[in-house]
Design a protein around this ligand. Sequence first.
Ligand code: F6R
Length: 613
Amino acid sequence: MCGIVAYIGPQNAYEIVIKGLQRLEYRGYDSSGVAIHNSKKVNVFKQKGKVQDLIDFAANKDTKGKLAIGHTRWATHGLPNDINAHPHQSGDKKISLVHNGIIENYAILKEELEQRGHQFESETDTEVLVHLIEEIHKNSKYDLFDAVRIALNEVIGAYAIVIINSDNPNELIAARKSSPLVVGIGEEEYFCASDATPIIEYTKNVVYLEDGEIAQISLTNGLKLKTIANQEKTPYIQELEMHLEALEKGGYDHFMLKEIYEQPQSIKDSMRGRISISKSKVALGGILDYEEKLINAKRLIFVACGTSWHAGLVGEYLLEEIARIPVEVEYASEFRYRNPIIGEDDFVIAISQSGETADTLAALKLAKERGATLMGICNVVGSSISRETDCGSYTHAGPEIGVASTKAFTAQVTILTLMAMMIGRRKGTITNKRFNRLLVEMKAIPDKLKTVLKENDLIEKIAKIYYQSTNALYLGRGINFPLALEGALKLKEISYIHAEGYPAAEMKHGPIALIDEEMPVFVIATKDSSYEKIVSNIQEVKARKGKIIAIVTQGDKEVKKIADHYIEIPKCDELLVPLLATVPLQLLSYHIALLRECNVDQPRNLAKSVTVE
Ligand code: F6R
């Protein structure tokens, strides 16, 4: 949440920072701002709204300068308005700071600073931090770098910060704890950003700051790293593998649509190099060293949030069915605040697109303290979760920019399927015949998905019938139940229609009371072991005049007869249905949101990377 960009070097800093903020806008978009160093002074421009509002506001202003910091905000403390927008400045306006995270003890610090005469303009925790730095800097022998370091020892909470000083046109100071920050190293220029997307255009060489590290980035002295406890560190420079095209819309109207359409390829990329039909093998390189431990694990605990949690529910079904390992799927935010029973024989697996979700990260840290082995299933390479875990598998879905998760979900399910197959094979809980058949079926999924995408026009027509609904119900059974949850979440978050996902048989225990002729009921009714049961559930809805929109297997006869509308998906093994049946649900939400004139890529109140708890 919140995006940070900073630049120092020979180019026009404002342009680089603004472009970077637009790339990071998915992280928060309620207000934005920049601070630009220009001959001994710093010009600050801040605006409520989107980055475009800031661009319009700054259009006729002096934005010259070679050193700048910028921020796009998702409000935590204080309303989204011009004053609360970042950057924030010290009382003497010399120090400017952008911040992603939360300073939890800001109230106490603020009181102390007020007693010493500091006056605050905003309601934010961030302004308190910049005043604290000023206080330490002014009243001690410490230079700004050390003053920042000392201030950070006094704060409790999470932060990624970048600071500039009007007295020093050659330096950026950056630090992180529990919020991500990347430093890009170019030719006599440096960049900082919350993720690598604003940097990739200029350099592939980056340093991911570790928790508790502070960087002095100077045009004269280069990049120096320390811990906030004052220990010197050697920067570890990594090469980015990201491509610029992956960050563009590529002719699609929205990132979400592009990402839905990318799924045949992203699933292929998730499987690449990991399955071999000729060798009858699944291998997940990133967990090789821990394979034995994983196979002998007493239980697997998935920790995740939102859509990634839904992928975990699909994973539970797959792993228990194929690998016969008990699985628990936990909301990271609940797990970490309980006193969970975790032992050394447990494998705790974090599922996260961003790899930065604060609750998921905290759940992992708790599991680590209790001796569990940690694994990550992340999409963003180099993310905090991927670095916190003992082993892991990247999903390789490519950057996901639409705030609603689509291709990351199917990539996560792909990895979980491969993992279940790999363990099942080693444990002998899956027959060779079934394993080989699943391998062939997995390989065929990308092509089958292309067939599903051809249903887009039909799905748009269905969306036109139901886009004015105020409620919707999603039903599924077995491995398709998590899809009902995911379908409902997608609709809620981008179209603001109230929707609920339910196990179809549970409907009788309450939600059936909601059904009338106004209620669209989306049912995943593919040909599988619970087909007859779901047909009965559909009949129950029809008997109460509900409208059925069913996802069915090609060739289906029964459901087609009773449903008001149906969308066909190709036949596949029932364990692989989630990879196909999710996609029509994503498209339905997309079209409904569009018809309701909602901002599909940046839905209200949301942000992609939830780095606050
Ligand atoms: C929904 C969505 C969110 C995320 C959740 C976890 O479309 O995107 O529910 O799934 O915030 O995020 P990650 O996967 O980055 O940990």
